[in-house]
Write a protein that binds this ligand. Structure first.
Ligand SMILES: *[C@@H]1O[C@H](CO)[C@@H](O)[C@H](O)[C@H]1NC(C)=O
Ligand SMILES: *[C@@H]1O[C@H](CO)[C@@H](O)[C@H](O)[C@H]1NC(C)=O
Length: 297
C-alpha cells in the first residue's frame, strides 16, 4: 500500500518535471530528451557509458590500434593549449598515432584567445557550443555560432576569442603547396552548404570547403537516418578524423565492430577497411576530415 502510494507520488513528480521542465531548477536530464535541445548538445554532454557500466572502474570504449583509434569521451584528457589563453584542449588525433594532421577539441573560457598555428600550417575550426569571434588581419570580425566554421590558410594572421564560453573542434595540417593555387579565408555555415550527389549511397553529404585544387583537405558533414548504412565498404589511401555530432551506430574498422555515439572521435589510417551503420532513434550526423587533391606520391 505504502509502496503504491510512493510510486504514485513518484509518477506525479515525474509528470511535473516533464511538463514543467522549463520552470524547475534542476530538470536538465529531462531537457536532454526534448526537441528544443541546442544543436550538437551531446558532443559536450556525452553519455559517458551505458548506465550499468557508468561507475565500473577502468571501463572505457576507447581503443588504439596501428591503423585506427576510437577515443570516447571518458578518455578525453584536457590541458592548457600551447599559445592559447584561458583555453583547455584535448588533442585526440595527432602525428604520434600516424596521422599527418591534428584534431583537437578546444574549450574556450571567459576572456580566452587563440594562438597561431605553426608556420605553414592551415587551420579549420567548427563551433560545437557557444559562440566565438574571429578577427582576421584585415580587421574583419566574424561571429561564429554553433554549426558555423572557418578555414584559415597557412600563415594567415587571426585571433579566435570568446567572452563567455565555447567549445570548438580544430583541425590543423602542414599545407601541401601546389603551384598557382592559393587557398583563401572561408567563413560559412553547414546549413548553407548544398546537398551533394552520392551515387550508390543513401546518406546526405555536404562539403564545408571548396573542392578546388587549392585545398588539400575537405571536411564532410554526413547524415544518416536510423537504419541507413554505407554501401561501399571503403578502403582508400586518404586518412580520416571523425567527430560524431549526433546519433548512434556501429562503426566497422578493420576486423572490429564498434558501437559509437555522439561525442566519439575516430582516427582512420590510410587503407583501414571502414563502414558505418546508423542505429538508435535519431539521425546520425558526423564531421569527417579527408585529405584530397594531392598526388599520394
Ligand atoms: C583568464 O580569464 C580571467 C577571467 O575569467 C581573467 O581575469 C584573466 O586575466 C584571463 N587570463 C589571461 C591570461 O588573460
Ligand atoms: C556560403 O556557402 C554558400 C554555398 O557554398 C555560398 O553560396 C555562399 O556564398 C557562402 N557565403 C560566404 C559568405 O562565403
Amino acid at each position: 500500500m505504502r509502496s503504491a502510494l510512493v510510486s504514485l507520488l513518484f509518477l506525479g513528480l515525474f509528470k511535473y518535471v516533464v511538463t514543467e521542465g522549463g520552470f524547475c531548477s534542476a530538470p536538465s536530464v529531462v531537457g536532454l530528451e526534448s526537441n528544443s535541445n541546442p544543436l550538437y548538445l551531446k558532443v559536450d554532454n556525452p553519455t559517458l557509458s551505458p548506465m550499468h557500466l557508468k561507475d565500473l572502474p577502468g571501463f572505457t570504449r576507447s581503443v588504439y590500434r596501428r591503423d585506427h583509434a576510437l577515443i570516447s569521451p571518458e578518455s578525453h584528457v584536457y590541458g592548457p593549449l600551447p599559445d592559447w589563453i584561458n583555453t583547455s584542449g584535448a588533442y585526440l588525433i595527432a602525428p604520434q598515432m600516424g596521422s599527418h594532421f591534428v584534431m583537437y577539441l578546444a574549450k574556450l573560457q571567459e576572456k580566452s584567445k587563440s594562438g597561431l598555428p605553426p608556420h605553414d600550417v592551415e587551420r579549420f575550426i567548427f563551433v560545437l557550443r557557444g559562440a566565438v569571434t574571429l578577427t582576421t588581419d584585415t580587421s574583419n570580425r566574424h561571429t561564429l555560432k554553433v554549426d558555423t566554421y572557418a578555414y584559415l590558410p597557412p600563415n594567415y594572421n587571426h585571433i579566435i576569442e570568446c567572452d563567455a564560453s565555447a567549445t570548438i573542434v580544430v583541425f590543423e595540417r602542414r599545407y601541401a603547396h601546389l603551384e598557382n593555387h592559393v587557398p583563401e579565408l572561408i567563413v560559412n555555415s553547414t546549413d548553407l552548404q548544398p546537398l551533394l550527389e552520392t551515387p550508390g549511397e543513401v546518406f546526405e553529404l555536404r562539403k564545408l570547403l571548396p573542392t578546388s585544387l587549392a585545398y588539400d583537405f575537405n571536411i564532410h558533414i554526413m547524415d544518416f537516418q536510423p537504419g541507413e548504412f554505407l554501401n561501399v565498404k571503403e578502403v582508400h589511401y586518404n586518412q580520416h578524423g571523425l567527430l560524431l555530432l549526433e546519433g548512434q551506430g556501429i562503426y566497422r574498422l578493420g576486423d572490429n565492430w564498434y558501437p559509437v555515439q555522439a561525442g566519439d572521435v575516430i582516427w582512420m589510417a590510410p587503407f583501414v577497411p571502414q563502414w558505418y551503420a546508423a542505429l538508435g532513434k535519431t539521425r546520425t550526423r558526423y564531421l569527417l576530415y579527408k585529405d584530397v587533391n594531392r598526388n599520394p606520391l
